[in-house]
Each structure stands twice: as structure tokens, then as C-alpha cells.
Design a protein around this ligand. Structure first.
Ligand SMILES: NC(=O)c1ccc[n+]([C@@H]2O[C@H](COP(=O)([O-])OP(=O)(O)OC[C@H]3O[C@@H](n4cnc5c(N)ncnc54)[C@H](OP(=O)(O)O)[C@@H]3O)[C@@H](O)[C@H]2O)c1
Length: 240
């Protein structure tokens, strides 16, 4: 039986690399993006044949259509990786209601809706694995107001959903990323050694570091790991 994995926001950086690693692990991966042509291109570049679907995760109705597509096309879903996120660097004083709502809808409501809709399919098929991509940080951050609020929500969503879904053989976990790949402000490091003195290991991470952690946590090797938030950050958070 072919195993199906959905990665939300999978045309760039961490999401794209997770899709690639899961495809190499023999999953049929569904690539998602707001840009259909981009999703198709990324899907065609996967090591194993995958699929793609255009969806804006800030829109609840579009997420429902994505899950209709999954049910009709595959009739199952083995892995969901909630990865999509939007960031606007601003303080609470600059954050207006429309940015607050857009950020919450994209980064938190989509995680809730995808988790619920995925769990409904997984429950019927006997189980599955859900991973939420969050930040490794356990503290506040300057000018990251709505983004960090959503990540705090993702952490509690992970713990509560893990408890609710464990009886159905659905494991929910999170992977907390540090500075990885091409985060805002670090795009100039692409193709160069990612040196960074703030990080104890001395450099920012590669998307593969997060993707391999996801591959581990969804695997049977991690079958007793449930409700965990696995930090992948070169020891950044606890050293601050
Ligand atoms: N990079 C880091 O250093 C870092 C650190 C901590 C946590 N994280 C977390 O890791 C995850 C991935 O981050 P990243 O840096 O890889 O992000 P990224 O480079 O900005 O990529 C975001 C992806 O999401 C898609 N996307 C954005 N908004 C969307 C929407 N409304 N609907 C559908 N797709 C959407 C984008 O594709 P389209 O534009 O084509 O739609 C793109 O594929 C996020 O959850 C982030 O919070 C990252």
C-alpha cells in the first residue's frame, strides 16, 4: 500500500526539503502552494512521483477542498506535516487587525483545520502521524508579535491534539526549528558557510536538519514519542 504524505507550504526552504526527504523515504508526497505552477515544478522534481495542489492556507474553504481532493484521489493519508507560515516583522503596536487575522489564519487556524481533517481520515484507516513545524524558542521575541503568538498556539495545539488523538493511533508531535536555510534576514547566506556567533554550534542550520528530524519522528523508530516538541536549533534557545 502506497503511503501518502501532505506537506503544507512545500515549495521553499524547510517545507520543500521535508517533501524531498519523505519522497526519498518512499512516500507519495502532495506538494502545496498558492502558486500552482510552482507546486507542479516542485512536485515534478521529487525523487518519487508525487502530486500537487494549489491552496491558500489562510482560506478555510480552500483547505476543505484540499482534503476533498485527498479523500477522492487517495482515500487515505498517512502523514501530515503542518509547515506553512507567514511572518511580518512588527511589534504589537504596528500589528493591525488585518495582519493579526491573516497571520493567525495562515499559521494557526490552518494547523487546526488540517490536523482535524487529517485525523478524520487517519482514524478511519487505523492511524497516522502529524508533525507541526514550530520555533525552538520558548520565549518572546522583538517585532515578531503575531508570528510568535501563532507558534505558542501551535505548541499547545500539538500537546492537546496529541492527547486527544493518541487513542486512535495518531501520533502528534512538533519539530521546533532554530535559524534554518533561508529565514528572513539570512537569505544572503545562501551558498556560503552559515556562520553565526549567537548560535553555540557556530552556524545556522540546513533545511535537511529539520527534514531528517521530521522523517525520524514520523517513523516507527519514534513510535513512543507523542506530544513532543523536538528542538532542532544548534542549542540556540537554551543558550540565550
Ligand atoms: N527558516 C527558519 O529559520 C525557521 C525558524 C523557525 C521556524 N521555522 C518554521 O518552519 C516552517 C517553514 O519555514 P520556511 O522558512 O521554510 O518558510 P518559507 O521559506 O517562507 O516558505 C514558506 C512556504 O509556505 C508557502 N506559503 C506561504 N504562505 C502560504 C499560504 N497562505 N498558503 C499556501 N502556501 C503558503 C510558500 O509557498 P508559496 O509562496 O508558493 O505559496 C512556501 O512554500 C514555518 O512553519 C516556520 O515558522 C522556520
Amino acid at each position: 500500500m502506497e503511503r501518502i504524505a501532505l506537506v503544507t507550504g512545500s515549495t521553499n526552504n524547510i517545507g520543500k526539503t521535508i517533501a524531498d526527504v519523505l519522497s526519498r523515504e518512499d512516500y507519495h508526497v502532495i506538494i502545496t502552494s498558492r502558486n500552482e505552477a510552482e507546486a507542479k515544478t516542485v512536485s515534478e522534481g521529487l525523487p518519487k512521483k508525487g502530486s500537487y495542489f494549489r491552496v491558500d492556507f489562510s482560506q478555510a474553504g480552500e483547505i476543505e477542498k484540499l482534503f476533498e481532493f485527498i479523500k477522492e484521489t487517495f482515500g487515505r493519508l498517512d502523514v501530515l506535516v503542518n509547515n506553512v507560515a507567514y511572518t511580518k516583522n512588527e511589534s504589537i503596536l504596528d500589528c493591525d487587525l488585518s495582519n493579526w487575522e491573516y497571520t493567525l489564519n495562515t499559521n494557526l487556524r490552518s494547523y487546526y483545520l488540517c490536523t482535524k481533517l487529517a485525523a478524520e481520515i487517519m482514524k478511519e484507516k487505523g492511524g497516522g502521524s502529524i508533525v507541526n513545524i514550530t520555533v525552538s524558542s520558548t520565549r518572546g521575541a522583538k517585532d515578531k508579535f503575531s508570528y510568535m503568538v501563532t507558534k505558542g498556539g501551535v505548541n499547545y495545539l500539538t500537546m492537546c491534539a496529541a492527547i486527544d488523538l493518541a487513542p486512535f493511533n495518531i501520533r502528534v508531535n512538533a519539530v521546533g526549528s532554530g535559524l534554518v536555510g533561508t529565514p528572513v534576514g539570512y537569505r544572503e547566506y545562501v551558498g556560503r558557510p552559515y556562520k553565526n556567533e549567537r548560535i553555540p554550534v557556530g552556524h545556522i542550520g540546513n533545511p535537511e536538519d529539520v527534514a531528517e528530524a521530521v522523517a525520524f519522528i514520523i517513523s516507527d523508530k519514534a513510535k513512543y514519542i507523542v506530544g513532543a516538541i523536538l528542538s532542532v536549533d544548534g542549542v540556540l534557545n537554551i543558550s540565550l
